[in-house]
Write a protein that binds this ligand. Sequence first.
Ligand SMILES: [Zn+2]
Length: 136
Amino acid sequence: MTAPNPTDDELLAWLDEMLPVEQSTRIEQLLRDRSELRQRAALLARRRDAGGHTVGEIWRRHRLSCLSRSQLGEYLLGVADADLEHYIQFHTQEIGCRLCQANLEDLRAARQAQEPSEQRRQRYFESSAGLLRSRR
Ligand SMILES: [Zn+2]
C-alpha cells in the first residue's frame, strides 16, 4: 500500500516549517522517494515566493502565527473575510494548533454564556454565592 501524497496545503506548511515533527518527517520521506512530489513542492515554493494568494502566502504574511482572539471572534461570528476564514480552518483543523483550538472553544463557551438563559442561570448562581458569603 502506498501512502497518499501530501496536499498542497501540507506542502506549503512544510515549506514554512509549521508542521508537527511527525508529519514533517513523513513528508520529507515522501519527498525523498518521489521526484514528482519534489517538483510540485518546488513549484509551490516558487508560486508562493511570487506572492500568489496561496495559503502559504497568507500564512507568511501573518508570520505563520497563531490567531488573535479578535480574529477568532470574527470567525465565530461568521464575519471574517474568506482568506482569514480559510486560514483559520487550515490552522486549527489541518495543522491542528491546540492553542487556537482551545481559544476557539473558550470563545464559543463565552458566547454561549451570553445567551439569555445562561445569563439567568449565572445571576442565580451569583446571588446564591452572595447569600452564602453574607451568612459568614
Ligand atoms: Zn495557533
